[in-house]
Design a protein around this ligand. Structure first.
Ligand SMILES: *Cc1c(COP(=O)(O)O)cnc(C)c1O
Length: 665
């Protein structure tokens, strides 16, 4: 049975919020919970709201004790400080009870609960619908509309406004029209406020129960509806388990419809840098959507795209000066390859060959598939892809003794290839330092220097695909900042927007850009997408970029790296662990017990095993890796590692069968 649960917030203090809460408790026979009680000073005859609610006729058995009670009649943060107490917001969470629940936080929406947390943000973390109580007086329209806006900004579900007292027609109209809300009830202003007057008024609120009940319900049968209408990426729907319905995401945690919480250990496919639902990014998105949602980007420009281009060039350094926007990592790669080819055409010396590294992944559009075909995902198209030359990639891992030899061989192979075909090669593309989809295969920074040096020598455009590695993943702002040299072109996406929406960029220097200038359109880059440089996404990207400084983000990544090194280092001698490697927030190793032939089935089982334990981990073949958002706490990350260790123990004892049963197959 789904009981109505609601949070009662007021447009201000002293507007009849407690009376409305008491009336709701009576009408619904609901539990009443006041998380923080202030002004509770029995010595001075201050009975507190719980006592008021009792006096109003609510059954004392239904009144839950407050988590905190303070004598000072002030905001919770202030009253707590006066009492020498630090409020733990986790203790304020409304309990799950077998019955209806009315929660009444203190004061108005913008009242601080702690030094870091406003009432409205605390309520947003509870995921309960809200009733807003207003009272007709001077300033009501203003206070009510401001409150509604603050609720909306935080994604709270406000069922409507309950008036304590009867507003005049124009107030009513203004609240409904400008607030885009409804007035759910008007309680008469009680005089006197007592059990008798309230019991007469309360029945008016009975009708709100189904509304609150419905608001608490998740959309029904989402997995079934999804199954009938949606086609998922990289998924064999015939055998895949039902998609998990996600309700919301905050920091490193996803909350599913059934209330389960999942630690996002893969940053939602490597896109989320700071974590989910960062208020600064969400605010920027909301603000920009109301100012300029979108405009064609040929012939027009706007501040978010220009400022983000400035910010990206500054972050890249090394003389990068021109940003071409597109939609995603694949298009950033397409654009880079087209730029490299067209530039050679513009120069009157067309080059038609492309080169890439074995195991590389660069996205799923045709040219991106072509330079990534050795990753093995593109069998049906293999005869239709562009001709690309693949070169050996020198992997490094902790304790690889012949790493230098492997790199020397790879450099020699690259040199030999360019010696033979350099003059026909337009571009060489590499995922700098980490081949992501290939299983977090890492190389040394010095290899990047060799790649750039040889490309220069043979006039080949060097392209670094920093789609995954950019924006702090590797511990520096960009992976190639670990190296001495920088490439000709850099591809960015994923973290560029702060991980909230698609946005990509291909970045070059002035000299390269000038290769497209002439008085003819023929030399211009004739490429563009409908949503090029969408202002809303660019605003998100700007907010994200600012956070790197404001939150000392790279230091956070450094702490994650240290934790990775400690935990993976402790597993160095584990017989089930091979090729351990760590860079920035990425930690990876190969699980020896997972026979490569069974890697597919095994990684599905592992995925289920981890999900059962509240961990979103997606092994790539037999590679197990962690790549959390930078906000991940040591506790969250430590727990993820604990489960990795548990999986390893199970694999060591009974291999896949043990894992199957532990995953609840
Ligand atoms: C994810 C990824 C891409 C593709 O980006 P999309 O936004 O998925 O198109 C390209 N290159 C690398 C290195 C990636 O990790």
């Amino acid at each position: 049975m789904n009981h109505p649960r609601v949070v009662v917030l007021g447009t201000d203090t002293g507007i009849g919020k407690t009376v409305v809460s008491a009336a709701l408790s009576l009408a619904w026979s609901a539990f009443y919970f006041k998380p923080v009680q202030t002004g509770l000073d029995p010595a001075h005859g201050e009975p507190g709201d719980s006592a008021t609610v009792t006096a109003l006729g609510v059954d004392p058995c239904r009144i839950l004790p407050p988590a905190y009670a303070f004598p000072l009649p002030a905001a919770p943060s202030v009253a707590a400080k006066a009492a020498g107490v630090v409020i733990d917001p986790a203790k304020l969470t409304p309990p799950r009870l077998p019955g209806a629940l009315v929660v009444e936080p203190a004061g108005g929406l913008m009242v601080p609960v702690t030094d870091e947390l406003l009432t409205v943000d605390l309520v947003a973390s509870w995921d309960l619908p809200v009733l807003l109580v207003a009272s007709p007086r001077l300033g009501t329209i203003n206070h009510t509309l401001l409150s509604l806006e603050a609720l909306r900004l935080r994604g709270l579900n406000c069922l409507g406004v309950v008036f304590s007292g009867s507003p005049d027609t124009s107030t009513r109209q203004a609240v409904v029209r400008f607030g885009r809300t409804r007035i759910l009830a008007e309680l008469p202003w009680l005089d006197p406020v007592n059990a008798e007057s309230l019991s007469q008024a309360a029945p008016a609120l009975t009708l709100l129960a189904p509304l609150a009940q419905a608001a608490g319900q998740r959309p029904t049968d989402l997995p079934g509806r999804d199954r009938r209408r949606v086609w998922h990426p990289f998924t064999q729907a015939a055998t895949a388990p039902e998609a998990l319905p996600v309700w919301r995401a905050k920091n490193a945690t996803l909350t599913l419809h059934d209330g389960r919480r999942v630690f996002d250990a893969v940053s939602s496919w490597w896109v989320t840098p700071h974590g989910h639902g960062h208020p600064a990014i969400a605010e920027a998105v909301g603000r920009q959507a109301r100012t300029l949602d979108h405009v064609i980007f040929a012939d027009f420009t706007h501040e978010p795209a220009t400022a983000l281009a400035e910010g990206v060039c500054e972050a890249l350094g090394n003389g990068f000066s021109r940003v071409f926007y597109s939609d995603n990592g694949s298009t950033a790669v397409e654009v880079a390859l087209k730029m490299a080819i067209q530039r050679s055409v513009n120069q009157g010396r067309p080059r038609r060959r492309l080169a890439a590294f074995s195991g590389a992944y660069h996205g799923d559009t045709f040219a991106a598939m072509s330079v990534g075909k050795s990753c093995g995902y593109y069998e049906p198209f293999k005869d239709m892809l562009l001709p690309v030359d693949f070169l050996p990639y020198p992997c490094v891992w902790e304790g690889r003794s012949d790493a230098e030899k492997a790199q020397a061989q790879a450099v020699a192979a690259l040199k030999a290839h360019l010696e033979a075909h350099g003059a026909q090669t337009a571009a060489l593309i590499i995922e700098p330092l980490v081949q992501g989809a290939a299983g977090m295969r890492m190389c040394a920074p010095s290899f990047l220097d060799e790649v750039v040096r040889l490309c220069r020598e043979y006039g080949v455009v060097s392209v670094f695909d920093e789609v995954m590695t950019g924006f702090g993943r590797t511990g520096r702002m960009f992976a190639h900042h670990h190296a001495q040299s920088a490439p000709d072109l850099v591809c960015l996406a994923k973290g560029l927007s702060g991980g909230v929406a698609p946005l990509a960029a291909t970045v070059c220097r002035e000299e390269f850009y000038e290769g497209f200038m002439s008085d003819s359109f023929a030399t211009a880059l004739a490429h563009g997408h409908s949503f090029t440089a969408n202002p809303v996404v660019c605003a998100a990207g700007l907010a994200s970029l600012a956070l790197f400084e404001e939150e000392s983000t790279l230091e956070r990544v450094g702490k994650i790296e240290a934790l990775h090194r400690a935990r993976l280092g402790a597993l160095a001698d584990h017989p089930g662990v091979a090729r351990p490697r760590v860079l920035g927030c990425i930690a990876a190793f190969e699980a020896v017990a997972l026979d490569a032939a069974y890697a597919d089935a095994a990684s599905r089982t592992l995925k289920r095993f981890f999900l059962q334990r509240g961990q979103l981990l997606r092994p790539l073949g037999n590679t197990i890796y962690l790549m959390p958002p930078y906000c991940a706490s040591p506790e969250e990350l430590g727990l993820a590692w604990d489960y990795v260790e548990e999986a390893l123990s199970l694999l060591a004892t009974g291999s896949l069968a043990a894992l199957e049963s532990a995953a609840g197959a």
